[in-house]
Design a protein around this ligand. Structure first.
Ligand code: NAD
Ligand code: DAU
Length: 350
């Protein structure tokens, strides 16, 4: 029987790279992209694969159980890669309920549909839940998150993701559902929505707008090029151990302020501006409430068990990312107008 993989959130940033990876690498799979097309979902991200014979898009909200049920009956997927989520920490602070509905209830809806659909035969089935390192809370100056680190989420976003991770494990422990979870660090790359630090700064440099740095800028994140994440997901989906979780990260820590300065340097070169021009846009602003000091992933388990490691260096990835935005100004223009502009004006005027 032909394998059918249902990918939720496939029109988003990471999801679109995962969809592309599966559509191109597995022409014998049917890939069903299930996405509600919220502000973060954008079918322009998938122009190059939209007419592939093994690809289909379904505009469905995962909080709509009845529609999900129809989808499961129609496609009978044997694999699910679940990325659909509200993903932005700042939005979770102003609207936590949206995160509860999509990230928790939406995930449980999917788990329920998988449990129902697969109740007679679990062979060859897999529910791969895409999660984040934010569930582990904040590190001090030392140490790394491992798969054994205790969950300690702080923001409504991370609390909703932690809750969904627990539900996924509960469905394995209670019903025997075949599951796997990956917890990844900060991604960057093409198609990243410009509410997140790197694309926001690229967009603002292009428009000579302030580069907002929360607090003292010493907060630290571990950055991974999005295509390396998509490859890791592919590997874990196919070869990861049942009921296991895998941490994925770049071994690439940057303090926000150092990262933004590096970005400014590269942008000045690419834009032919005098060095220091973009840096002058850096503006310290009010801190994010409950801001986690540092995230850093120990990705040695996925390396030892499955042989995965990041393939793109940060300098290379950042350069590729900037080039993508410079070559896709129309994409940026479309997403920065309308609703996003209202969010931006509201969030940064407080
Ligand atoms: P994103 O915000 O760019 O995209 C989310 C996608 O989900 C969008 O296409 C959106 O339309 C869709 N969606 C939202 N609510 C939906 C709903 N109710 N029903 C159906 N579709 C819905 O997010 P992203 O950054 O690509 O993150 C994808 C996943 O990876 C999320 O689960 C996130 O928690 C996780 N993750 C993200 C990062 C990161 O750095 N961006 C790191 C680790 C884990
Ligand atoms: O760690 C993985 C997580 O990374 C994912 O689970 C989330 O979905 C994803 O959004 C991302 O969360 P962060 O909060 O780390 O990403 P963001 O780009 O929003 O912020 C990165 C850092 O930059 C963080 O310390 C906050 C800071 N920041 C962010 C913005 C938007 C600023 O200083 N200024 C800003 O304007």
């Amino acid at each position: 029987m032909k394998r059918c993989v249902l990918i939720t959130g496939g029109a988003g940033f990471i999801g679109s790279h995962v969809v592309r990876q599966f559509v191109n690498k597995y022409p014998h799979y049917q890939v069903v992209n299930v996405d509600a097309l919220t502000y973060a979902g954008n079918l322009e991200n998938l122009k190059d694969v939209e007419s592939a014979a093994n690809y289909v898009f379904e505009k469905v909200d995962i909080t709509d159980r009845a529609r999900l049920h129809q989808l499961f009956e129609f496609y009978q997927p044997d694999g699910i890669i679940h990325l659909a989520a509200e993903s932005h920490v700042d939005r979770s602070i102003s609207n936590p309920l949206a995160f509860l509905y999509t990230n928790v209830i939406g995930t449980v809806n999917l788990l329920e549909e998988a449990r129902l659909a697969w109740r007679e035969d679990l062979l060859g089935k897999r529910f791969h839940h895409i999660s984040t390192d934010e569930v582990f809370g904040a590190l001090g100056d030392e140490g790394l998150f491992t798969e054994e680190t205790k969950y300690d989420p702080h923001s409504p976003y991370s609390a909703s993701k932690a809750s969904s991770d627990h539900f996924v494990r509960a469905y394995h422990d209670t019903y025997g559902l075949p599951v796997v979870i990956t917890n990844c660090s900060n991604n960057y790359g093409p198609n990243h929505f410009p509410e997140k630090l790197i694309p926001l700064c690229i967009s603002n440099i292009l428009e000579n707008k302030p580069l907002p740095i929360y607090g003292d800028g010493k907060y630290t994140r571990d950055w991974l090029y999005v295509i390396d994440h998509a490859k890791a997901i592919d590997l874990v989906f196919h070869e990861g151990k049942n009921a296991s979780s895998y941490n994925i990260g770049g071994f690439n820590e940057w303090k926000n302020i150092d990262l933004v300065k590096e970005l400014c340097k590269q942008m000045d070169v690419k834009l032919g501006r005098e060095q220091g021009t973009s840096e002058r846009l850096i503006t310290y602003v009010k801190d994010r409430p409950g801001h986690d000091l540092r995230y850093a992933i120990d990705a040695s388990k996925i390396n030892a068990e499955l042989g995965w490691k990041p393939s793109v260096s940060f300098q290379e990835g950042l350069s590729l990312t900037i080039d993508w935005y410079l070559e896709n100004k129309d994409w940026l223009q479309k997403v920065t107008s309308g609703d996003y502009q209202n969010y931006y004006d509201e969030h940064y005027s407080k």
